[in-house]
Write a new protein. Structure first.
Length: 112
């Protein structure tokens, strides 16, 4: 079973990220050197990361993409007329935070 009732409560509340982080902290002998607030921040960071990952996985599943595309795999040397600086700026996603739209015109598939 679980080593600590706090971990059981975290799991019961659906805070799986925090439960995993707490378990990881128990295994680190030097973790007691950190202040309470620092340890709590580590737990919260892990929970936030777990939730963001779950949301991303759900969205990708819902999108039912036919190909897995990764920005790092884009061949900018292909004769498509891609502007390297503009491409990296768009890939950073700042335009999403600013609630702007993006219209892609022209070939978007793999280079032949």
């Amino acid at each position: 079973m679980l080593a600590h009732p706090t971990q059981e409560r975290l799991l019961a509340l659906g805070l799986t990220g925090m439960a995993k982080a707490l378990d990881d902290q128990r295994r680190q002998p030097d973790i007691t050197a950190l202040a309470f607030e620092e340890r709590l921040a580590l737990l919260l960071d892990r929970e936030t990361m777990e939730r963001e990952n779950k949301r991303l996985v759900a969205r990708l599943r819902f999108a039912a993409l036919r190909q897995e595309a990764v920005v790092e795999d884009v061949d900018l040397r292909a004769p498509r007329g891609l502007d390297r600086v503009l491409f990296h700026r768009l890939a950073a996603g700042d335009w999403i935070d600013r609630k702007q739209n993006l219209l892609v015109i022209g070939p978007t598939g793999p280079a032949s």
